[in-house]
Ligand binder design. Structure first.
Ligand code: AMP
Ligand code: TRP
Length: 325
């Protein structure tokens, strides 16, 4: 049975990028293996965050997991901090990744630029170590993530090779799986940039009012060629909208292109807006229902117990391998 593991670090608003690149894909794994899907709350602390925001975000994301179709009977859903093995394995694994390789991580370079040079937390630097611990604790074979996280999965793979060379076959080699369509949803106001919670005009937030979502799509930056064609280099705006459409319709980009052959941009954008509003609208309804049901905390508590059982076995194996009594 394949083990699948993924998580989201919910620091700001969840975006359509999070939905298409991550959230929407998780439920598919429920029938293909044994999924562990968690909320990376310890990772959320790597950038400054208000305690109340962190608390709210965690429940919120759990409700979005349920809304996206995760079934707690099939998926072990939990908070990273509730399973102490994550922090314990992190303490061991930090000795097997090196400062040189961590300093080359794109995410570290980008995020540390936003901070005062004298106040870059060690946790931000060591982010991939904890992420490796998250993955390796569950002997995960498959790690579904958006494109921006593949570098972190790669470094976890390097760690497995290094560790197993030293101690024998202790850790399981994971593999990143990236969705083909929509792995990188771009900003609607500047389609050369990733959609990423910091630009209210270019981002579609999962909690946005549906009318606002429609307006954002209708005013998305395109080009003046008036041909609906997938060409990310020369037509980044149109290509982004095509990828969003194809992904939400579960069709290929080529099929989406065919559908809009000869259509003008207004008609095309209206169709894109229709599907986004339909999907996000339904998601929002299920999200509100999940929060109102009062189930969230119970699901997370049960998930943590199930996750800890699996994680503690791996932790013990690693502790023994390195010589901890
Ligand atoms: P983040 O919100 O950056 O912590 O990312 C959470 C998950 O969503 C990760 O798997 C990301 O790769 C994915 N993700 C975030 N933004 C995008 C985007 N614009 N397009 C596709 N996937 C994304
Ligand atoms: N880094 C991921 C993000 O930015 C969250 C995450 C933490 C994760 N640990 C992970 C994803 C392990 C996959 C596997 O959202």
């Amino acid at each position: 049975m394949q083990r699948i593991l993924s998580g989201i670090k919910h620091t700001g608003q969840l975006t359509l990028g999070n939905y298409i690149g991550a959230l929407k894909n998780f439920p598919k794994f429920q029938d293909e293996g044994e999924p562990f899907i968690f909320i990376a709350d310890l990772h959320a602390l790597t950038l400054p965050i208000e305690p109340e925001t962190l608390r709210t975000n965690c429940r919120d994301l759990a409700a979005f997991y349920l809304a996206a179709g995760l079934d707690p009977k099939k998926t072990t859903m939990f908070l990273q901090s509730h399973v102490s093995a994550h922090a314990e394995l992190n303490a061991i694994l930090q000795n097997y990744l090196y400062m040189g390789e961590l300093s080359r991580m794109t995410q570290f370079k980008e995020k540390s630029l936003q901070l005062n040079e004298n106040a870059i937390g060690l946790g931000l630097f060591a982010y991939p170590v904890l992420m490796a611990a998250d993955i390796l604790l569950y002997d995960a074979n498959i790690v579904p993530v958006g494109e921006d996280q593949t570098q972190h999965v790669e470094i976890a793979r390097d760690l497995v090779t290094r560790f197993n060379n030293r101690y024998g076959k202790i850790l399981t080699m994971p593999k990143a799986v990236i969705t083909k369509v929509g792995a990188r949803v771009m900003s609607l106001s500047d389609p050369t940039k990733k959609m990423s919670k910091s630009d209210p005009k270019g981002d579609i937030y999962l909690k946005d009012d549906l009318k606002v979502i429609r307006k954002k799509i209708m005013t998305a930056v395109t080009d003046s060629e008036a041909i609906v064609k997938y060409d990310p280099e020369n037509k980044p705006g149109i290509s982004n909208l095509l990828a969003i459409y194809a992904s939400l319709k579960e069709i290929s980009v080529a099929d989406a292109e065919k559908e809009f052959a000869g259509a003008n941009y207004g008609t095309f954008k209206t169709k894109v807006a229709d599907i986004v509003v339909e999907k996000i609208g339904a998601l929002q309804e299920r999200y509100h229902a999940a929060l109102a049901s009062g189930e969230v905390d119970k699901v997370l508590a049960e998930g943590a117990l199930k996750a800890a059982k699996v994680a503690n076995v791996t932790l013990k194996r690693v502790q023994t391998a390195v010589g901890i009594l």
